[in-house]
Design a binder for this molecule. Structure first.
Ligand code: NDP
Length: 310
């Protein structure tokens, strides 16, 4: 027996919760599945200073708790669970944790994106061992208090995380593969001006070295002269961007080669009737909490109009 759901929202970042607030207030009886990282990427960030309405800033996790309670206040049914299977051939059918079947009138995909890794064998080894590789400085930085760490990446995330780590660790070495940052000027300046952050440009990671249990150093290469060098570090942080969490929809939903869902221009409609997309799952350009929230609102309004026309 499948459960009938009027409006299913998948994902619990700013996109999902905003869609839920609008859908609940429009009496669409939304059911929201939180996924494996309730609150999404913002639960791994420090202060959010650029979301309008918080002049003093707010911590990412705190903001997500507030968004969740706002969605609950209007009656959103928020559940733990992971959508594991999809069948959009005739009806909109989805399965939670491989067993519970849902038959939906509308689906809003707000599954966000996940951290990327370099793909080195040694990186994977110490990541799986929990021995010193991480893609979240805010989650794991505390474990490297007063120690030397390395962070890879030249974008805003890398700068933000390097700055966060610099307050905990004795030294932070940033590996930037090109001769310049990709990050915004303000974020670059913040790391450049921090005394215990050393920036190595034109530098890539060759190997994460360790004693079999814990990371002890990083073998790096200067991309201009191919010279190798080992730098001591007990923590190796990766901040090189994200991949959209859209794989399960691939057989049915149009997406680009990276997996970003392609929506109809000026709307959140996908190529499947009744399925809408919001947030980072479809956005490789802006990727901000505020833009995710904006498209979450749009998706709920689009879904409401679709239901009214059914
Ligand atoms: P980005 O895609 O912006 O940057 C990724 C960085 O990682 C680039 O410097 C890239 O190098 C580097 N990189 C990618 N692959 C590799 C690799 N294999 N080896 C080494 N380096 C690699 O991702 P972010 O996560 O930093 O940011 C995503 C979005 O979120 C952006 O729009 C950003 O502005 C936003 N953001 C905003 C924040 C804020 O305003 N507070 C905080 C964090 C993120 P290259 O430049 O050479 O391609």
């Amino acid at each position: 027996m499948s459960e009938k759901v009027n409006c299913l929202i998948i994902g619990s970042g700013p996109a999902g919760y905003t869609a839920a607030i609008y859908a609940a207030r429009a009496n669409m009886n939304p059911v929201l599945y939180q996924g494996i990282q309730p609150g999404g990427q913002l639960t791994t960030t420090t202060d959010v200073e650029n979301f309008p309405g918080y002049p003093k800033g707010i911590s990412g996790p705190e903001m997500m708790i507030e968004l969740q309670s706002q969605a609950e206040r209007f009656g959103t049914d928020i559940r733990n669970g992971w959508i594991t299977n999809v069948d959009f051939r005739n009806e909109l059918k989805l399965w939670v944790n491989n067993e519970h079947e849902l038959e939906c009138n509308t689906v809003i995909i707000s599954t966000g994106a996940s951290a990327k890794y370099l793909g080195l064998k040694s990186e994977k080894k110490y990541l799986e061992l929990g021995g010193g590789v991480s893609a979240c400085a805010v989650c794991d930085g505390f474990f490297y208090k007063n120690q030397e760490v390395v962070i890879v990446g030249g974008g805003d995330s890398a700068c933000e995380e390097a700055h966060y780590l610099s307050k905990l660790c004795s030294k932070v070495t940033m590996l930037v593969r090109k001769s310049q940052f990709r990050a915004s000027k303000i974020m670059q300046d913040r790391v450049i001006k921090t005394a215990n952050i050393e920036i190595l440009y034109n530098t890539s990671t060759v190997e994460v070295k360790g004693d079999g249990q814990l990371v002890t150093s990083i073998l790096i290469k200067n991309n201009l002269n191919n010279k190798l060098r080992e730098i001591p570090a007990t923590g190796f942080f990766v901040a090189i961007g994200h991949k959209p969490n859209t794989d399960i929809f691939k057989p049915y939903i149009n997406m680009d080669s990276t997996g970003y869902i392609i929506n109809e221009q000026g709307s959140t409609k996908t190529n499947i009737k009744g399925v809408f997309v919001s947030g980072d799952a479809a956005d490789h350009t802006y990727r901000q909490a505020i833009t995710a929230a904006g498209t979450g609102c749009m998706a709920a309004l689009d879904a409401e109009r679709y239901l009214a026309s059914m």
